[in-house]
Design a protein around this ligand. Structure first.
Ligand code: FES
Length: 194
């Protein structure tokens, strides 16, 4: 899987912020400003669908069948299906979708999935890079910045690398053959400890 220009830029921005030693305060202040900016910056809302981030289908709603069975993940942003607003105003809204046979999930992960699709924050909990790589042999999510590895079949728990905790997930349902947000993230996004 290749890293999009957009996520590259975002990762560079995050690394620059964190590397500058200004910790998370300005970053969190930026989040607040983003939330005030309008619906494009709101976090995923119940009823949202997902829009392709890149490629020929950029901006179009993702159907379940668009997500490769068994991986790799695809990167998406939430989209309000009523207004058509793509919630790409905050990079904290970057989501990854992956699809498996439901039998491979643990019970908690299966409960938050729909039609074999799971949705996780694509923002690494280590230093906030995009989790945009796929370890194809093991079938695992991989952050190329410092090598954190997450298992999408088990709640995106950390199984390698420096990430301190699992990627937050979105509970899903299905409508018209497409994954839909049923509940918002079950944890804080990125390296924030709040
Ligand atoms: S930011 Fe992902 S491993 Fe460091």
């Amino acid at each position: 899987m290749t890293e999009s220009d957009d996520t590259c830029r975002w990762s560079a921005e995050r690394r620059a912020v964190l590397g500058a030693g200004v910790a998370l305060v300005p970053f969190l202040a930026g989040m607040a400003r983003a939330d005030e900016a309008g619906p494009a910056s709101l976090p995923p809302q119940p009823g949202d669908r997902f829009a392709f981030l890149t490629g020929d289908k950029k901006g179009q709603i993702v159907k379940t069948e668009d997500i490769p069975l068994g991986g790799p993940q695809i990167q998406v942003y939430p989209i309000d299906p009523k207004s058509g607003v793509v919630r790409d105003g905050s990079r904290l809204n970057l989501v990854l979708l992956a699809r498996f046979e439901p039998a491979v999930f643990d019970d908690a992960t299966r409960a938050r999935s729909a039609d074999g699709v799971v949705a996780y924050s694509a923002v690494c909990t280590h230093q906030g890079c995009a989790v945009n790589m796929w370890a194809s042999e093991a079938g695992l999510l991989f952050c190329s910045c410092h090598g954190s590895i997450y298992d999408p079949r088990h709640g995106a728990e950390v199984i390698g690398g420096p990430a301190p905790r699992a990627l937050p997930s979105l509970a899903l349902k299905v409508a018209d053959g497409a994954p839909v947000v049923a509940e918002g993230f079950n944890g804080s996004i990125g390296p924030s400890k709040h």
